[in-house]
Design a protein around this ligand. Structure first.
Ligand SMILES: Cc1cc2nc3c(=O)[nH]c(=O)nc-3n(C[C@H](O)[C@H](O)[C@H](O)COP(=O)(O)OP(=O)(O)OC[C@H]3O[C@@H](n4cnc5c(N)ncnc54)[C@H](O)[C@@H]3O)c2cc1C
Length: 433
């Protein structure tokens, strides 16, 4: 069993040993202060040109650590289509009003000013792996020696939700932003005795505990503000796939109705009804999380070799198996690790280290470690947590969990809730500050 204090340390550890930056993040995790900037060295002797697609958890981190570890000889261009990043992590707390969407937004100014990363606002449309360049939708071309793709996920369209109008009536809010605020408004507009129906896609999807957490947070808010209301969870999986103890207890506490092994056949946005293999469910609010796939730039450029959805990678470097010189990290990569922001941050560090070793003609680290942490609010002031540590297995060539240092909290608590905020501040600071 992992103890709480050990967990905070694990949550802050870097994927490739404790560098100066890693130690500063540990200090931040324990002391709740922002990570200490370590600057960009000028004398590493490493030279190369890296383009990063996507400034989310994975992309921002890889860009930052390429400069911190590689120095000024490593030219890093980060291409992001939005002006600011909105964190998905903690976005379930917008639904119960305890956070605003604005509190989850992170600008790119520090990555540019402190680390000298060249920020480009734009959307990458095409990748030329032979000419080693990417092209934006507007036509501008950026050449690279190594490309890192970190576009997160896109969502399948559920039958019946093909139009923008239907999608607006049934928001998934699984990418934090306007849909999160829309869902919050729908919940507050619910009458007492109302019904909130949500669905969970089959794994893999981003943040395995996230939908169960959402059910608890919404049910807790409804219990206190809209008495007699009900939350129904339709899960495509055969059981609760993350933190089963915490969520079984949370569902019992809030009276959540949990229906496993549900296949959705169609959705009627006009009547807010979802038709499934287990019957039809009608709600005052319908929140259906569709199956995911890697961000569209992946499949559009022939890189979705894993099930047509994700990119297979060598986890010593995150280099795509089908495209030498192109690395894929974060939710878009197919690995044995969960699709999570903390893991995205860890994969980014392993990838940055591998690219820098390659630029300087050194062998890859043969035994990387990564870790994932997730705090899950169960009520407005208590939380549980889950941690998993992974080590490289040279036989299967995959990252495998280290059982002795993985597990879930013994019980939800207010203490965990407070630690959650420290962990979040440290993680986001490590990626964006
Ligand atoms: C409700 C919820 C709660 C969560 N809670 C947790 C948690 O507690 N702990 C945890 O570890 N994880 C959590 N997650 C998961 C976490 O948010 C994701 O796993 C993480 O964001 C993945 O990082 P990423 O960099 O791969 O993708 P993202 O963070 O989504 O970033 C992708 C970026 O790429 C950009 N982009 C995409 N395509 C292009 C293109 N062609 N050109 C330019 N830019 C592009 C996008 O605009 C975006 O900024 C949660 C997720 C949700 C939905």
């Amino acid at each position: 069993m992992v103890k709480r204090r050990d967990f905070i340390k694990l949550a802050g550890a870097t994927g490739i040993g404790l560098t100066a930056a890693g130690w500063s993040l540990l200090a931040a995790a324990d002391g709740a202060s922002a990570p200490v900037a370590v600057g960009v060295p000028t004398n590493t002797g490493i030279k190369g040109r890296v383009v990063v697609i996507g400034g989310g958890m994975a992309g921002a981190t890889v860009a930052k650590y390429l400069r911190i570890w590689g120095g000024t000889g490593v030219d890093v261009t980060l291409i992001e289509r939005d002006s600011a990043y909105t964190s998905n992590i903690m976005s379930n707390l917008v639904l119960n009003g305890s956070r605003t969407i604005g509190s989850l937004q992170y600008g790119y100014g520090t990555l540019a000013s402190r680390y000298g990363i060249k920020m480009v606002k734009g959307e990458v449309a095409t990748i030329d792996p032979v000419g080693r360049a990417v092209t934006l939708t507007g036509g501008t071309r950026y050449a690279y020696d190594r490309l890192v793709i970190a576009p997160g996920v896109d969502f399948d369209i559920l039958p019946g939700l093909e139009t923008a109008e239907a999608q607006a009536k049934v928001p998934h809010a699984w990418k934090a932003g306007p849909q999160t605020t829309a869902l919050r408004n729908m919940i507050t507009a619910m009458p007492s005795g109302g019904v909130f129906v949500m669905s969970i896609p089959a794994k893999p999807y981003r943040c395995p505990p996230g939908p169960y957490e959402r059910a608890c947070v919404v049910a807790d808010w409804l219990k206190r503000n809209r008495p007699g209301s009900k939350v129904i969870v339709l899960d495509a999986n055969p059981n609760i796939i993350a933190e089963p103890n915490a969520f079984t207890e949370g569902f019992a506490l809030h009276g959540v109705t949990y229906v496993p092994s549900v296949a959705i056949s169609s959705v009627d946005a006009a009547t807010l009804t979802v038709n499934t293999s287990q019957g039809n469910f009608r709600g005052n609010v319908l929140n259906l999380i569709p199956p995911h796939r890697a961000g569209k730039v992946v499949a559009a450029n022939g890189l979705a070799d894993a099930g047509g959805k994700w990119t297979s990678v060598d986890v010593l470097s995150y280099e795509a198996k089908v495209a030498p010189g192109i690395h894929v990290i974060g939710d878009a990569a197919a690995t044995t690790q969960p699709k999570a922001g903390h893991i995205a941050n860890q994969e980014a560090k392993v990838c940055a280290d591998a690219i820098l070793r390659t630029f300087s003609g050194r062998a890859l680290d043969p035994s990387p470690h990564t870790n994932s942490a997730c705090y899950s609010p169960i009520t407005f002031d208590t939380a549980s947590w889950l941690t998993a540590n992974f080590a490289y297995d040279p036989v299967t060539k995959t990252m495998q969990p280290v059982p002795a240092s993985s597990g879930e909290a013994a019980a939800r608590s207010q203490d965990n809730f407070n630690e959650m905020n420290k962990w979040f501040t440290a993680l986001m600071g490590d990626s964006f500050a």
